[in-house]
Design a protein around this ligand. Sequence first.
Ligand code: ADP
Ligand code: ASP
Ligand code: MG
Length: 343
Amino acid sequence: MFVLSDKTLQTVGKMSVVVQKYGGSSVGDVDRIERVADRIVATRGSGKDVVVVVSAMGETTDELVALAAQITDSPPPREMDMLLSAGERVSMSLLAMALEVRGVPAISYTGSQAGILTDSSHGEARITRITGERVKASLEEGRVVIVAGFQGVDPQSREITTLGRGGSDTTAVALAVSLDADLCEINTDVEGVFTADPRVVPDAVKLPEIGYHEMLEFAAAGAGVLMPHSVEFAHRSGVPLHVRSSFGVAEGTWVTADAPSFTIAGLAHRVVDDQAVVVIVGAGSSSLVAHALAALDEAGIAAATIETTDLRVSISVPDQQVEDALRLIHRTLKPPIPSRVPA
Ligand code: ADP
Ligand code: ASP
Ligand code: MG
């Protein structure tokens, strides 16, 4: 007689779960919400349980920040979190309605209802645990579960918290980890992780895959496509991330443990408090930075190396020239440079 192992017994009857996150521009208006609903229907049709994490529609979060600023320069952090967490409630409920219209049972939950527990740091809370009982129960009832990104609750004070700007990525990955999901899809407004911000560098190239370690460097250096904490969560647990466009079906970028490494994966840039920085990411950055500095010098852009680590070199440039510097360094170094050139 054929006997199932314990592990097989546990897996039988358990559908595989996919977590899909849709960012602000992907749910920016009703048409886009409808398109997202169609994508979810298609994923569900392939036999997966789907948990969806949504951001607030379009620029909603910025608009809420601006509203508060009209009233006070120093809003109480608790009230700021009450205000900002409202944005995701709008998109999650509209998406649930769009799914119901398509005959797919769906339910939306706030972070608190989904059991996303955090510490008490308003505006930059860290997820400490996900209980997720209602999420699991609703999946078992055959529903698509939609969870508001970027928010949780401090179980001690019972106050609503938010995770910092871009925090829906972290909600999605943390949920994927807690549900032991097959993968976490980050659906956004670009086709994946590029060798530099494709809105600034037209010749940037999409990376088919990248390791957690390099992705974390990239995100921390300023590549806004993923929030750094989300990559940390994925790295610790090993859940694969697929960063892809919400508007097409092309393969995006896989972020995994076993992606090949790069001599140079790409460039990130950021401007913080008037300091503009271009960061070269990859284990070979320090050996190639001299080419970048020579090209900047030739173009009359004043630049200086301000930090060198095993995986990156950071170069400061005048803030008005940061985008020119980014394009020039990209043209000079031509990332991605794989770490081993085949013989
Ligand atoms: P979402 O609202 O979906 O979370 P974000 O605006 O947070 O989207 O992130 C996507 C944006 O990240 C892109 O529109 C792009 O301009 C920017 N970006 C910066 N660096 C990169 C990069 N290396 N690869 C892809 N996108 C990048
Ligand atoms: N809506 C939040 C923000 O704009 C969270 C997110 O989009 O990830 O930062
Ligand atoms: Mg984002």
